[in-house]
Design a protein around this ligand. Structure first.
Ligand code: ATR
Length: 282
């Protein structure tokens, strides 16, 4: 049993990923031996990379942008939460099969409701972006019964597709949820105020870039949450604070909590996240 558990995080860009440190912290809590690598993998190289990894006795992989949707194609079994999201952030080998799961929604809700004490029930929520990251979190948000959910994306058709996809899978009428999808245009965004604004776009990975939304969307916002994490406040967080948001957070807590849930899937061990959460910025 001295063999190290082979784990990895893949995506592009990948250099900024803190997943190796997070999982090493979890492993240390149980004296578990792991080898956790960080590899730059694009949609073109995903299939070969995964085949090689599992052939080489790999156990689990964290999947980050832009692979969250594509990676589903390489699993034998897809969990309910990944199917609902049409995206996965974790893939692992078990019983000679490859499983895909989505722990992002779990991680976000845990961070919002337990760590930041922000309850989603009856809240008005705006999500910027409609890629794999948005897909990963939306089903878990809907489950918490907000009163309103808007998805706004640069490419409007992608936001509408995401909404229609979910409408086919979840009984939204029963939830009395006002659910809308549109683009980043002023008239769509400014029709409401929002308790919570979530940035799920990949803009924060591009240094110095702004999403380009009207700044007035943040007036009345209780929390502006960036799924991305960084040592300094992201431009989204800075703009939110400067324009009326009461509180901002980056995605560090979500990253730690989704990681803990992924670690549980790989090892059956439930790590303590409190020490890592203290390192959170803001
Ligand atoms: P992820 O898995 O992180 O969601 P993705 O599927 O590539 O990655 O999605 C990236 C998201 O960021 C998309 O919503 C994208 O908008 P488009 O669908 O129009 O491409 C959004 N995005 C990326 N760059 C952006 C920018 N400069 N301004 C606004 N939105 C941007």
């Amino acid at each position: 049993m001295d063999k190290k558990l082979k784990l990895a995080v893949i995506g592009s860009p990948i250099r900024h990923s803190k997943s190796p440190e997070i999982h090493q912290n979890f492993a240390n809590q149980f004296d578990a031996k792991i080898e956790f690598t960080k590899d730059r993998v694009t949609p073109d190289t995903l299939e070969t990379w995964l085949a090689d990894f599992f052939k080489d006795d790999g156990k689990g992989v964290s999947i980050t942008l832009p692979l969250k949707e594509a990676a589903l194609n390489y699993a034998d079994e897809i969990s309910d939460r990944a199917r609902l999201a049409s995206a996965c952030n974790v893939i692992y080998a078990k019983d000679e099969k490859v499983f895909a799961d989505c722990t992002d929604g779990f991680g976000l809700i845990k961070d919002l409701e337990e760590n930041l004490k922000f309850t989603l029930k009856d809240k008005k929520i705006l999500i910027l972006g409609a890629g794999g990251a948005a897909r990963g979190i939306i089903p878990s948000i809907i489950e918490k019964n907000p009163s309103q959910l808007k998805i706004a994306n640069r490419t409007k058709s992608k936001a509408i597709l995401l909404k229609e996809d979910l409408e086919g899978k979840v009984d939204l009428k029963e939830k009395h949820l006002i659910f809308e999808a549109g683009d980043l245009a002023d008239d769509f965004l400014l029709a409401n105020s929002y308790d919570l604004v979530i940035n799920s776009t990949s803009v924060s990975t591009l240094a110095g870039e702004s999403i380009g939304v009207p700044k007035t969307i943040f007036s009345g916002t209780k929390l502006a949450y960036d799924l991305f994490y960084s040592a300094e406040k992201t431009i989204f967080m800075q703009e939110a604070l400067e324009n009326g948001a009461k509180k901002v957070s980056d995605g560090w807590g979500m990253l730690v909590e989704q990681g803990a849930e992924s670690f549980r899937l790989w090892t059956n061990l439930i790590p303590d996240t409190s020490r890592l959460l203290e390192k959170s910025i803001d």
